[in-house]
Design a protein around this ligand. Sequence first.
Ligand SMILES: [Zn+2]
Ligand SMILES: [Zn+2]
Length: 246
Amino acid sequence: MYQDYANFKNGCVMELSVLQEEFMKLYQINSYEHWFYDHDIGAFHFKSDNGRDLYFKYIDVGSFSTKRNTWMWSWDNKSTPKQVAKGLEKVKAYGEENNFNELSRGLVENGDEYTGWEFTAITAKLLNAIGAYRIQQEHLFIYFIFTNELTQEQYDELKDKYVGCESHGTGRIAFVCQHLLEGSNLGFHEVFDSNPLIEPENDYQAWCDKCEKAWERERAWTENFKAFTDLKIVCDQCYFDIKRRS
Ligand SMILES: [Zn+2]
Ligand SMILES: [Zn+2]
């Protein structure tokens, strides 16, 4: 026997409205004048004019177009990086198990002003959100759920040490010379020996044979050397891919 979709949806909407009221009150969300979100690290930032900051880890649920009255799940949206849609595969799988097509199709047509909140409510329920938020960008409403609060320290650490990667989601920040980024068999000289199983104290950094030669000549971060090496930021998984092919 399948559950009834309308029942399930309405239950989720009721739960979210209770949760949301508590969330808005607990964190005094309306007392913050500004918000920002950072897709690289999946962190949402509320900022007040009197210097208060509040951070949450988020999942980008999807967007509703008031022009076309369509809903698009963010896992189906090419402009949304993978790392902020992570978790939604559970919602999709739930839709497939229960024959709730609207949860498993990327694009849902014939929506109305409630559509976005309904899908957000379902997602909030299935992924144990602590709250939700909607922002408007031109004709799009974009919906987020928050999974946990981040302290200032956690936020700073994410900002400093993590980077968004199109292929791997959010990863540790690492640096390679401009030559290693594209080439292969160019040599691989690391500042310290990296091991994918050990969380490093410092950021991974490597350059190629030519850069190593230049370094031996200059022994300093001269303008020349900087321009030649031109370190690029990559995620740690990309770093190890590059290491394998070097
Ligand atoms: Zn190089
Ligand atoms: Zn990567």
